[in-house]
Design a protein around this ligand. Structure first.
Ligand SMILES: [Zn+2]
Length: 495
């Protein structure tokens, strides 16, 4: 009898040991927040095979245990708008809590090449839209370089120099050429059609509608930087937002208007009311913002075609070279604008007052528009959590997390059902998790030191793997995977 009891005890303890090792990773005792279910409680999280498999108040143990007492455990942040796809940018994104960073505004010039270059070399998840700007450049015989990462790390060449390919209207044959090219780019895995209309002012209203039609034909959204900025009519931001909402209404394509703060400037709340109105009429329109008063773009792009000072309400001296801090003069501007070498320039055109009203708006999700040279690359997410959630108290922690996780994941669901497993901290979701100290999380990047990493992210899990451990990047792990649109599957490749 006692031997039987002993055997039973032995069996039970063996079972307990087996159970204790059923998780690859356990995040223990943190304040677990899920924006979809509203869960906000101390829980233990068990991760196995890249998935969140258990969320429990019971003790869990696994091969690796991370102690999260006093820390927030949330879904990893999803950045729909990230241009810098180099490893340096990915490192600062990871330290800012980002587990997925997608180039959707403009799109990589060559989707297949982009995906190939990132495979096995990515710290965080990646993906891209199909670029209308690049398709237009190609049919005008001035193709963009295919790589957006590589030799000019951090300076993606996604925007053409101002010239015929950006400024002239296209012929019907050229528009057909763009459509063909965009179809091929979507077949290669593009998540959406990306349009930087302000960078292709030669595109007629009809060309824009034709590109929306193409997205609608595939059931995919259009991400767009609208045609213009400021209050001067014709060509105001209000007109530009009307144009793309109209194109969405005409074609049925979902529309995501990028950085409404920097497109609409002082009229940002009016633009948000337009988005709200369109949604109330049943249109699928969403938007995003970043928490900085300056923008950044290529100084030789068509955004700086004549008239930009009047549109933006700024002067040459409001343009600043990020690497040197040099404020431009007319002479220096002309030299750089006419150069075929792409240089980024910071544009100080917005006010803190506008940004402070835009970030808390319930329709605004957070997206960085990041690339090396601007502090938004490294600091966007921590800055919102520090300034708006902790200091100003204008955004609750749950809403802040929702703007960084669930809202972008739901936008991404228009492109791929895989996004249903992202942006949530739930059993069955992908194990993309950020663990941060809500009391200390802060951005450190400034216009003088734009690549200074944020502080306060203690752990970051991407696809079940730790990429940030105790506030430091884990060397030599690349768990980032491609997020792909509904491309035509090549049976020979079996990805
Ligand atoms: Zn933009």
């Amino acid at each position: 009898m006692s031997r039987l009891i002993f055997s039973l005890c032995l069996l039970m303890s063996l079972a307990a040991i087996a159970a204790s090792q059923q998780y690859d990773l356990v995040i223990e005792g943190g304040r677990v927040i899920d924006p979809e279910t509203g869960l906000d409680a101390v829980r233990n999280v068990g991760v196995r095979d890249g998935k969140i498999v258990r969320i429990s108040s019971e003790a869990l143990s696994g091969q690796r245990v991370v102690h999260a007492l006093g820390l927030v455990v949330a879904p990893g942040f999803i950045d729909l708008h990230q241009h810098g796809q180099d490893l340096e940018s990915q490192r600062v994104k990871a330290l800012d809590g980002v587990t997925t960073a997608l180039e959707l505004e403009i799109g990589a010039p060559d989707v297949a090449q982009f995906l190939k270059s990132k495979e096995g070399h990515s710290l965080i998840h990646y993906g891209t839209s199909a670029s209308h700007v690049a398709a237009r450049a190609a049919v005008f015989g001035a193709p963009l370089p295919p790589e957006i990462i590589g030799p000019h790390a951090g300076i993606p060449e996604i925007l053409p120099k101002s010239g015929p390919a950006t400024d002239q209207p296209a012929t019907p044959q050229q528009i057909e050429g763009m459509r063909e090219r965009l179809r091929a780019e979507l077949d290669a895995g593009g998540l959406a059609v990306g349009m930087g209309i302000q960078y292709t002012p030669g595109a007629t209203r009809l060309e824009v509608i034709d590109m929306f039609r193409l997205a609608a034909e595939r059931g995919l959204p259009v991400y767009t930087h609208a045609r213009s900025t400021g209050r001067v009519e014709p060509g105001s931001a209000i007109e530009a937002v009307s144009e793309v909402i109209g194109a969405a209404a005409i074609t049925g394509a979902a529309l995501h208007i990028v950085h409404i703060n920097s497109t609409c400037l002082r009229d940002s709340l009016e633009c948000l009311a337009m988005v709200e109105g369109a949604r109330a009429r049943g249109l699928d329109v969403t938007t995003e913002a970043y928490p900085y008063i300056a923008g950044m773009t290529a100084v030789n792009s068509a955004l700086f075609n004549p008239g930009w000072r009047e549109k933006l309400g700024i002067d040459y001296g409001d343009l600043v070279l990020p690497d040197t801090g040099e404020h431009l003069t007319k002479q220096r501007f002309d030299e750089l604008h006419n150069s075929s070498t792409t240089r980024w320039v910071l544009i100080f055109a917005n006010t803190q007052e506008v940004v402070d009203k835009v970030i808390p708006h319930p329709l605004v999700m957070i997206a960085s528009d990041g690339a090396a040279g601007h502090p938004r690359n490294a600091g966007t997410y921590s800055r919102v959590l520090a300034q708006y959630v902790r200091e100003k108290g204008t955004v609750t922690l749950l809403d802040g997390i929702r703007k960084m996780t669930l809202m972008p994941a739901q936008m991404l669901e228009r492109s791929t059902p895989a996004a249903r497993q992202k942006g949530r901290l739930q059993e069955g979701a992908d194990a993309d998790i950020v663990v941060f100290d809500a009391g200390t999380i802060s951005d450190r990047a400034t216009f003088q030191k734009p690549m200074e990493p944020s502080v306060g992210v203690r752990y970051l899990v991407v696809g079940g793997r730790l990429v940030v451990n105790e506030g430091k990047i884990v060397p030599d792990v690349f768990p980032g995977r491609a997020i792909l649109g509904p491309r035509k599957v090549d049976p020979g490749k079996g990805r």
